[in-house]
Design a protein around this ligand. Structure first.
Ligand code: HEC
Ligand SMILES: [Cu+2]
Length: 351
């Protein structure tokens, strides 16, 4: 006789169990598919296409750990499936037999992890040692100072200050000296070098050494407050002559305004609040809490790499920075449209 269940009752493998595991599986699959998007790493900021020997070492480490992880994951999954298969067929769990009891524990729980951890630690320490270079005769020093939420960039050998763009010559070792004006930040240009923190009261160093000219995207990699995600920068690697030309230009004081509109723009700049926070060398050199604007027009981006340096974006930023970057340490302004146009003409002339 067949046993009948009352309507609505569930058998031992009832629908409840199936849908629950089905849902868990669906969620798992979704996470796997979404993972690359959730990391927030676009193709322009990946450490897997290195263009320097140092970044190559970091990428090699990444791949080593990836493959070790892949092998371990495969082994553990195979063992789990095997145990389930034995149980499903009503066989005794092989791991439960006395003779076996401690063997998998000793090998899988102690010996294997120890080998893996010692290996990975050794390889990592070696890579760290190799990327910590010594200053030589050709070394160039660039100081980078972190601010909420932008980067001050200084060339101490010349009297050059800029922001959010680190220009370096190709084929020469560059020592980046990292400090911070407020909280902890982290300097990360994945294609060029590892990641080093900017810590209050300390100077950390990071080396950039590549012979491949290009523009490499960087990002603050240590949560530092509201606009941490919009604290970007770029490293521009240029051939030596191009770099020298740029540096010589940056050394000059600000260009004198060439027409009446720009002259008026300079008046606006000097009479508005701007001078309390910004310097323009040769014009007003008091403000230091915001980026130096002496050669603003020579930069490609504005407000820590979040938008292109165009007249429209610049105007929008000056009128209402809080709209663009809420929390940014710059207040909005209530300039008249004429004053704003004059100011934009002046700032746009600061090549
Ligand atoms: C209270 C200080 C303060 C005042 C006043 C101020 N700024 Fe700023 N400004 C900042 C800070 C801080 C930043 C960096 C914001 C960021 O990227 O998060 C900034 C960024 C900028 C930038 C972008 C620079 C770059 O290289 O990305 C421009 C341009 C600028 N300010 C122009 C002005 C002008 C023009 C005025 C006057 C109307 C002004 N600022 C008033 C603090 C100030
Ligand atoms: Cu930061």
């Amino acid at each position: 006789m067949t046993e009948r269940l009352p309507p609505g009752a569930r058998g031992p493998t009832g629908a409840g169990g199936t849908t629950r595991s089905g849902r868990a599986f669906g969620l798992g699959a979704l996470l796997v598919v979404a993972a690359p998007a959730l990391t927030g790493c676009g193709p322009e900021r990946t450490m897997l296409s290195p263009v320097s020997t140092d970044a190559g070492r970091a990428a090699d480490l990444w791949w080593l750990m990836f493959w070790i992880g892949a092998v371990i994951w495969t082994l553990v999954t195979a063992a789990t499936l095997y145990a389930l298969y034995r149980r499903g067929r009503g066989q005794q769990d092989p791991l439960a037999r006395r003779r076996w009891e401690n063997t998998p524990l000793i090998w899988g729980g102690i010996v294997l992890p120890s080998i893996v951890l010692v290996l990975v630690t050794g390889v990592t320490v070696d890579a760290m040692r190799r990327t910590d270079h010594r200053a030589g005769p050709g070394t160039m020093v660039v100081q980078v100072i972190g601010h909420q939420w932008w980067w001050e960039v200084r060339y101490p050998e010349r009297d050059v200050v800029t922001a959010n763009e680190v220009r370096v010559p190709a084929g020469r070792p560059v020592r980046i000296e990292l400090t911070t004006a407020d909280v902890i930040h982290s300097f990360w240009v994945p294609a060029l070098a590892g990641k080093v923190d900017l810590i209050p009261g300390r100077t950390n160093t990071l080396w950039i050494n590549t012979d491949r000219p290009g523009v490499y995207e960087g990002q603050c990699a240590e949560f530092c407050g509201l606009q941490h995600a919009r604290m970007r920068f770029r490293v521009v690697v240029a051939p030596e002559p191009t770099f020298r030309q740029w540096l010589a230009g940056q050394e000059q004081p600000a260009t004198e305004p060439a027409d009446e509109l720009a002259v008026r723009g300079r008046e606006v700049f000097l009479s508005a609040s701007c001078v309390h926070c910004h310097s323009i060398r040769g014009t007003a050199e008091v403000g230091a809490s915001g980026p130096d604007l002496t050669h603003l027009a020579s930069r490609d981006t504005l407000a820590a790499g979040i938008m292109p340096n165009t007249k429209g974006h610049l105007g929008g930023w000056i009128v209402d920075p809080q709209q663009v970057k809420p929390g940014a340490r710059m207040p909005g302004s209530d300039l008249s449209p004429d004053d704003l146009q004059a100011l934009l003409a002046y700032l746009g002339s600061l090549e």
